[in-house]
Write a protein that binds this ligand. Structure first.
Ligand SMILES: [Fe+2]
Length: 276
């Protein structure tokens, strides 16, 4: 993987620095990673973009792991851009659904998270650390719910692509065969998990202690707080499918598996998790 890396020195006053930095710097923009360090009244910024058409967070985050030091200024999260054209998933997921799901719901979680972490030590921590530290703490339920929903949705968009779905290949398919017996059994289990999640939540394919498993979580709950690595997910909150499928949640899950699943992303995520 190759990266375009730019460095710049931004001399800006304190008031402008705050708003400009928030606009410039993001830890969770899946198209690029921007980090910065305050030097006096200036910010020394580093911006990296993968020289690859596919926007995938793990590649970029790996490249910048070394920049994440305690004295870095980690600014407000930005709503990550969708890694596909909003109309590109039609007719299986409409642009209208995405305008609300991404443009309203996901955006609201980002805004809520930024408001909850603004001007606090939490603003310097990674989203993943905040999620793990706030899990199972009822006094931080709002922080956990919004942070985990930011992460879950960002991950979900990467699990989708136009003309996706069907059966994966290579190491991912071999691993599915080894741990589920067949791809068809995995699909059966995944559909059942999503369909039987009572109320809002998520269906997942995870790596748990070296084995693939299908799980489901309620509301904002997310595999990372259960010691699992998320590999694939389908959002089964009603806002994910109601405009297109009304009450037919099983049809929505089937459409994602058959037409939208980005198995390349899942395979890359599995490969990374297996090396960790
Ligand atoms: Fe959602």
């Amino acid at each position: 993987m190759c990266y375009e890396i730019r460095t710049s020195l931004f001399a800006i006053d304190r008031i402008t620095a705050r708003s400009s930095a928030y606009a410039m710097i993001s830890g969770v923009n899946y198209g690029e990673i921007r980090v910065a360090r305050r030097i006096g009244t200036a910010f020394f910024g580093v911006i990296a973009r993968p020289l690859h058409k596919q926007r995938s967070a793990p590649y970029v985050e790996n490249a910048f792991a070394n920049f994440r030091q305690s004295n870095e200024v980690t600014m407000a999260l930005e709503l990550p851009a969708l890694p596909f054209d909003p109309k590109a998933l039609e007719p299986h997921m409409s642009a209208n659904t995405l305008s609300f799901h991404h443009g309203k719901h996901h955006a609201a979680y980002v805004n809520n998270y930024n408001n909850l972490t603004k001007d606090s030590p939490l603003a310097t921590k990674s989203l993943e650390d905040v999620i793990k530290e706030s899990a199972n703490d009822s006094s931080k339920a709002g922080l956990f719910n919004n942070g985990a929903q930011v992460w879950n949705h960002s991950f979900f968009w990467n699990c989708l692509k136009p003309a996706g779905g069907g059966k994966p290949t290579g190491q991912l398919l071999s691993k599915i065969h080894a741990d589920f017996g067949s791809f068809e059994k995995f699909v059966e289990d995944f559909k059942a998990a999503g369909a039987t999640q009572f109320g809002s939540g998520w269906a997942w394919l995870v790596l748990d202690k070296g084995a693939l498993k299908v799980t489901k979580t309620g509301n904002a709950d997310t595999p990372m707080v259960h010691g699992q690595t998320a590999l694939f997910t389908v959002d089964v909150w009603e806002h994910a499918y109601y405009l297109d499928y009304q009450n037919r949640r099983p049809d929505f899950i089937a459409a994602v598996l058959e037409h939208l699943a980005n198995w390349d992303f899942v395979a890359d995520t599995l490969a990374k998790a297996s090396r960790a």
